[in-house]
Design a protein around this ligand. Sequence first.
Ligand code: ADP
Ligand code: MG
Length: 332
Amino acid sequence: MLSDKVDKVPDKIENIQDLEGVGPVTAGKLTDAGFDSVEALAVAPIREVMDKANLESSAVTKIIKAARQAIQLDFINAKELWEKRQGMLKLTTGAKNFDRLLGGSGVETQAITEFVGEFGTGKSQLCMKLSITAQQPQKDGGLEGKILFIDTEGTFAPQRIHQMAQAMQLEPEKILEGIFYSRVYNSDHQILAVDRSFKLCQEENIKLLIVDSVLSHFRSEYIGRENLSERQQKLNAHLHKLTRIAQALNLAVVVTNQVQANPQAFFGDPTRPAGGHILAHASTHRIMLRKASGGLRAAKVIDSPFLPESETFYRITEKGIEDATPKARRED
Ligand code: ADP
Ligand code: MG
């Protein structure tokens, strides 16, 4: 179900069959193609519905318009936008300073948060930690929802979640039950997993959708300059879908990303996030992670529309991640 805070529509059309222009046959085609709810249709691109459901452009245009009207998606005034933002929830990382870095109370719903960093900086640890905190009550910084964890690298570790939950004095088995897991083996599989996730997210009250990591398959499959534009096109559509899910269902999307060498950097950081402008544009918040001295890690906000660029330190522990203070605040 849509969160009460997002969905304020009085006479809600529940079924796609009740939309103007949708008869039983069309409803069947749409459902088979994965567009089985009014919300899914309202946020779908026309082209995609045409292709997947094998329907005419004029019919699809009409249906999408009806779906948007049904959930009043087309025009909202700034007050409604403000109200929608008020419905935004925050998800704690379990570490105060880290949450503060993220703007106060952690990761936001209705947005994509991207954790970028080299291997071993704790990206997957963070994702696993958030899979636990997201299930906690809102008063404890959670989202009171379930998690969809899309794993592209096979590094999701239920035993690690079990350990963290135990260390946090929660019931590990209950926590594990609240996580839907999907191991995806290539970029098309990844795209499909997200395309199909709308219904699951809605029905199962998913409040956190993780893609760890978002780019690895794309990077290994589309090699060479000649394939870059196709890659970026697919990636763009994929990220837009994630954004729409985040907004339509008031859930948090967290993606991880690696760094790549930045040949243009004569000064400063010789690495930059992979994925180019497309990913930079799609992520609402980007957090750069790095290894610091003494086994610590440092996190820094980059490119945020409203968060200040500051740095905080953390340590990976039994409980997941914890705030830390470096011995000498000099950077290594
Ligand atoms: P990334 O996803 O950024 O490549 P990970 O999230 O997999 O990195 O983090 C790996 C790091 O986490 C390693 O340095 C490892 O030592 C540390 N780590 C994993 N489990 C634990 C644990 N139970 N206690 C402390 N550190 C851990
Ligand atoms: Mg990882």
